[in-house]
Design a protein around this ligand. Structure first.
Ligand code: IDP
Ligand code: MG
Length: 150
């Protein structure tokens, strides 16, 4: 076990459906400690940098539109970003979030409870959570300045 920090984003479907409080509630109830949070306007460049490892995927262009709120009429491309800390926080948050495919995610998870696949095949799964230590370090630096993490 190690004390870790991990990045979460409440994705535009979560914002539109007013699920932000639910996301924080579930993560806090799981014992995770909130140590940074802010609303960010996600530029095209920032979105592409965040998801750069997926740039060769067929769903990449729609993923960029999705995270920038273009499918949910989110004004100013705003999104909520947060850092949670805890023992094995990266795996722990992934477990609370559930599997990537919301139809395969366990019913008790955030994605299993609230995610959906659109008729166009877009996975709308409410929350982003860093996948591993390397991604968490990179993503936290991408979304937060050191002094914003308490
Ligand atoms: P993760 O969010 O569980 O780490 P990734 O494979 O990193 O999953 O993919 C990032 C995001 O891209 C997913 O959360 C989901 O919104 C979207 N995505 C992943 N795979 C697919 C797919 O097969 N079809 C459509 N969207 C997908
Ligand atoms: Mg991922």
């Amino acid at each position: 076990m190690a004390l870790e920090k991990t990045l979460i984003l409440v994705k535009p479907d979560g914002a539109k459906r007013q699920l932000t409080g639910m996301v924080f509630d579930r993560l806090e109830a799981a014992g995770l400690d909130l140590c940074a949070a802010k609303v960010v306007s996600v530029s095209e460049e920032h979105a592409r940098e965040h998801y750069k490892d997926l740039s060769d995927k067929p769903f990449f262009e729609n993923l960029i539109k999705y995270i920038r709120g273009e499918f949910h009429s989110i004004r100013n491309n705003k999104i909520l970003a947060a850092v949670f800390q805890g023992e094995d926080a990266i795996k722990h948050v992934r477990k609370v979030a559930g599997a990537t495919n919301p139809e395969e995610a366990d019913p008790g998870t955030i994605r299993g409870s609230f995610g959906r696949i659109t008729t166009d095949g877009q996975f709308e799964n409410v929350i982003h959570a860093s996948g591993n230590r390397e991604d968490a370090d990179r993503e936290i630096k991408l979304w937060f300045k050191a002094e914003e993490i308490i």
